[in-house]
Design a protein around this ligand. Sequence first.
Ligand SMILES: Cc1ncc(COP(=O)(O)O)c(C=O)c1O
Length: 425
Amino acid sequence: MHPHLWHPYTQAKTALDPLKVKSGQGVWLELESGKRLIDAISSWWVNLHGHAHPKIAEAIYHQAKTLEQVIFAGFTHDPAEQLADRLIEKLPDNLNRVFYSDNGSTAVEVGLKMAYQYWANLDRPRHTFLAFEGAYHGDTFGTMAVGGRSIFSSVFADLLFEVEYLPFPSTYWGDQTIAQREADLIAQITEKLSQPDRYAGVIIEPLVQGVAGMQMCRSEFLQALRQVTQAHATLLIFDEVMTGFGRTGDWFACLKAKVQPDIICLSKGITGGFLPLSVTICTEEIYKAFYSDNPVHTLYHGHSYTANPLGCAAGLASWNLMQENQASFMGMETQHRQHLEQLQTHPKLEKLRVMGTIAAMDVVTPDRSGYLNQVGAKIRQQAIDRGVLLRPLGQVIYLMPPYCITDTELAKIYETIADILDCLN
Ligand SMILES: Cc1ncc(COP(=O)(O)O)c(C=O)c1O
């Protein structure tokens, strides 16, 4: 371990030394030792088109020679405007205003502030958010507050504002109970939202809860949630930090589910995995509540690197690649399905599921399900030994590869998983 580094989500006392990466190319990472790994998780879900894609690298280089950074208060620039235009053209019609920040947590933090201040600006304050058990929205205080309470945030519990939680209606292959569970949940939500002026908004990771272990829900649930939030005039916030930019098999989960949220938060894949950037996009109606002669109605939020031109240029280049390679992220679900079907009867697996480019399965273990289930660490190490970067979430093995992965490379990941499971005791 380097004497001056502190790594994220890592207990240095028990962790193995980090692997030193020399380079990345396509789906492959090359370590200093000479070993090569297939990046089956797109490096924490950010890398869309493979590592070191020359088109994105070139776009950043050209932008860096023109304008690398400028304050975004009182100034604007082409890359920010063009990326905003692309996003608005593709997203549901009601979403119209793009606010830039620089990571997933801040995108959600801004979304929460927009929702809360929207009601305050209208002089109808609402103080509570509804969120989902198991949710992960980031590591800032606001996003920890709306995240499912867990070991990640327990030490800060006293500092987090109060949030009400609902069970996330997870489903998987062969689940017979989902329609009833969804109906019960919608009834519960309807009852809550019937209380006047209580909830500023409902926040959800649409279609796939990521950190919770790639828990998947149905479009039907999101449609019902939209109906009930609309009927009770409550804002619906989609945290698409992970699901955005093709991950669910369509450009955005909201498009796949055919639901128009009031606010959407995007990051991770936005630059194809090259630079930190994020956006929070809201309806014109929300924007108008801030458009005022009263200075108190201003959204007083901004970061030094807001709308960094290099990030926006990378975002535009990545967007073009998505357009060119639409078939790859739209078609990956079929490939995952074929591989998962082969594993379906494996005695060590249950709850197989797939959503677009994301496939997941639970390993059957005697230990408690969840992030701390140790089988994940064991599988991770065995996968690395076999040349594949996997990072199970507790007992959940998942794949979320870059879109440029070949059939042979994808098959190798599944073969590796099967091999590890066969040897698991
Ligand atoms: C759904 C979701 N929201 C927000 C975040 C936070 O993003 P970041 O790590 O860029 O702050 C994550 C990160 O995993 C996420 O999956």
